[in-house]
Write a protein that binds this ligand. Structure first.
Ligand code: ADP
Ligand code: MG
Ligand code: MG
Ligand code: MG
Length: 402
């Protein structure tokens, strides 16, 4: 019985659920199911009809985060994810999976099966190149970040959205894991032993840096600027040649627009670090690392270009049309972008949630070098966050350090 009380489904139950609850498969479908989740928080069921070839994804929120028993997460995050996917689909249908039914009892929703795409992080670790990524992701970010903001939205409607996307538990995870724990010797951190002396000296003993992270944490908690994705790393991007879809927005809430852009930039830098450390053949290495640098540059410059164009095409809040306001607003986004790139670079090296781009570097000293380079870039981004205004500014720091 799926209608009275929440329980976590197994594969057989997911098939039953699909037959009973989803208005999707044909009557005489022959369904099989596999749980394909790779995350820590949720179950992802891939349900296929062997007879007619239809398929769907059912994502169910688990009751307790698998990452650690300390995180008790409300399954309401599944509503948040399903609701924001509808909003994102409205603004950027090309880059958002289509969703079907949401079920508040079972805390699950159905969405388009994207099995013909690949998770971008896995593809980048194989050093695949996707020339359209920067174009696609900047379309996604310019639209979702500007069109949900007070600059264009009716203020009361925007405040209703803020209310409906209050996401205290997942925000607390980010507050702890991104903004707090990496910057002191927290026992939950997992520092690669070879990198530990660098972390102790350059991060934990740097009071100037720590003060800046404290300021940034309070900005993250109080700046309800845009309805952000909140977890926009390359593991939340499904990609194939010519097409990009952004998934997994369960961390969504009203926060600083630069948070999403900074996450994209940092995760491209992890791919760069991986390519530099692991591609032995010089021509191949240069091709891949140049592609990554170009993508970083384009993410910034195309975002600015599309954001500016959309700004000019859209009806604005009156005061937002004052001379100089656009520059002020964009500069704040770029400043947050640099800062968050620095925070993400730090927390994935020091904190407990790692990225495979780095952990898959087998040689110990190569990995140490990659980690120290990421942390060095991170410090510049955080401490000098007002100074990165063009794609070239971001790229030249990476080139200088690596
Ligand atoms: P989590 O919140 O647990 O990280 P994700 O939404 O990132 O869950 O999904 C976990 C994995 O499930 C993805 O990495 C991907 O392999 C698979 N997956 C998720 N959504 C889809 C989809 N729409 N189509 C195909 N596979 C999917
Ligand atoms: Mg995951
Ligand atoms: Mg995920
Ligand atoms: Mg997730």
């Amino acid at each position: 019985d799926f209608s009275t009380e929440y329980f976590t489904m197994n594969e057989e139950q997911a098939i039953e659920y699909a037959k009973e609850k989803l208005d999707f498969f044909k009557q005489d479908a022959e369904l099989t199911c596999k749980e394909i989740g790779d995350g820590n928080l949720n179950y992802v069921f891939h349900i296929v009809d062997g007879k007619y070839g239809d398929s769907i994804i059912l994502k169910q929120a688990g009751p307790v985060a698998r990452i650690s028993d300390e995180f008790k997460l409300s399954p309401d995050r599944n509503r948040i994810e399903s609701d924001i996917l509808k909003i994102q689909y409205e603004y950027v249908p090309d880059h958002t999976p289509k969703t079907y039914q949401y079920d508040p009892v079972m805390n699950c929703f159905a969405m388009e099966d994207l099995s013909d795409y690949e998770i971008m992080r896995s593809a980048l670790i194989k050093h695949e190149i996707f020339p359209d990524f920067a174009d696609h992701i900047t379309t996604f970010m310019a639209k979702t970040l500007l069109l949900t903001s007070d600059v264009v939205m009716d203020h009361k409607k925007k405040k209703d959205l803020v209310k409906s996307f209050i996401n205290p538990e997942l925000c607390e995870i980010s507050e702890d894991l991104v903004y707090t724990e990496p910057f002191y010797n927290c026992e939950r951190n997992e520092v690669f032993p070879a990198t530990r002396p660098f972390v102790e000296k350059e991060i934990w003993a740097d009071d100037v840096l720590r003060l800046e992270t404290a300021k940034l944490k309070f900005e993250f908690m109080t700046n309800a600027q845009s309805l952000i994705h909140g977890d926009l790393h390359t593991g939340s991007v499904f990609i194939k040649q010519g097409a990009t879809k952004v998934i997994d927005p369960e961390f969504a809430f009203y926060g600083p627009a630069g948070y999403d852009i900074g996450n994209v930039v940092a995760n491209l830098i992890f791919a760069y670090a991986n390519g530099q450390a692991t591609i032995k053949e010089e021509a191949k290495r240069n091709e891949f690392t140049s592609y990554i640098l170009q993508s970083i540059e384009d993410v910034i410059d195309l975002f600015k270009q599309k954001f500016g164009k959309l700004w000019n095409e859209t009806d604005m809040e009156l005061v937002a049309t004052y001379d100089g306001f656009y520059e002020y607003y964009l500069n704040n986004i770029l400043k947050d972008t640099a800062a968050v790139a620095g925070l993400e670079l730090s927390r994935r090296i020091i904190g407990l949630a790692k990225v495979a781009d780095i952990t898959s570097i087998e040689d110990e000293s190569d990995r140490q070098q990659a980690e120290e380079n990421c942390l060095t870039v991170a410090k510049y981004f955080i401490l000098e966050r007002g100074q990165y205004k063009t794609g070239a500014d971001f790229v030249s720091l990476v080139k200088k350090v690596f």
